[in-house]
Design a protein around this ligand. Structure first.
Ligand code: ADP
Ligand code: MG
Ligand code: MG
Length: 211
């Protein structure tokens, strides 16, 4: 485990691109069940574009990396997830300011800012079967871990684990936001694709930190 510096943020994004690519079919299948089968394709295109941007640019702070990601996702992902993840990464970047190394409370603040940005943009509440159901427990777990004295990688690991549990817990829920809400009760019985992709993204953050 090393410092959560700009190199960590780049590793996080490269790891995300890889895990999204590996799980492209899974995310498509989840979105086929309760949406329009494009979530895996949307995210794979977006993070593929992020990889190309990172090859040509070397942002000097974690926030600069996240801002580049936000801009790229907003212009390439489309659908509901593009603006939502774009807002999340932009708010996360803003919360970090010009810090060179993110500390434990900075990690918790970054995840809370991302979560709050998604809620501001999409107006979903916990239990609506969206990515908010992964981001909210992740944010809470990060805050609890940071206050308990965990290291920054440990805070990320706590967030990733909580996001995963939150994504799994969306399965029985009836969607009240996004395309899946058109299905009403038929949306129950499948995990929400955006909640699952959120867990993958946060897992990549933890792994990039060595957690
Ligand atoms: P689209 O639904 O436009 O095809 P995607 O398939 O890429 O877009 O993304 C779908 C995901 O977006 C859902 O699984 C859900 O997690 C998330 N989502 C949709 N609407 C909202 C919302 N209002 N608030 C939060 N998340 C949402
Ligand atoms: Mg879709
Ligand atoms: Mg779509």
């Amino acid at each position: 485990t090393g410092p959560l510096d700009a190199a960590w943020a780049v590793r996080w994004m490269r790891g995300t691109a890889q895990v999204v690519s590996e799980n492209r079919a899974l995310l498509i299948d989840l979105d086929r069940a309760i949406g329009d089968a494009d979530h895996g394709e949307n995210l794979d295109r977006g993070f593929g574009a992020v990889l190309l941007k990172l090859d040509g640019d070397a942002p000097e702070t974690p926030a600069a990396v996240l801002k580049l990601v936000a801009m790229t996702l907003m212009s390439t992902v489309g659908g509901a997830a593009g603006p939502l993840y774009g807002t999340a990464f932009l708010r996360a970047a803003t919360s970090l300011g010009d810090t060179g190394v993110v500390d434990p409370s900075g990690v918790a603040g970054m995840i809370a800012a991302a979560r709050d940005g998604i809620v501001a943009r999409g107006k979903a509440e916990v239990g609506d079967k969206t990515m908010v159901d992964a981001w909210t427990p992740a944010s809470e777990a990060a805050e609890t871990a940071a206050q308990a004295g965990a290291t920054a990688p440990e805070v990320l690991a706590a967030a990733a684990n909580a996001a995963h549990a939150g994504a799994v817990a969306t399965e029985p829920l009836i969607a009240r936001k996004g395309r899946a809400s058109y299905l009403g009760e038929r949306s129950a019985g499948h995990q929400d694709p955006g909640a699952v992709s959120t867990a993958l993204i946060l897992q990549a953050a933890a792994e990039a930190a060595g957690g």
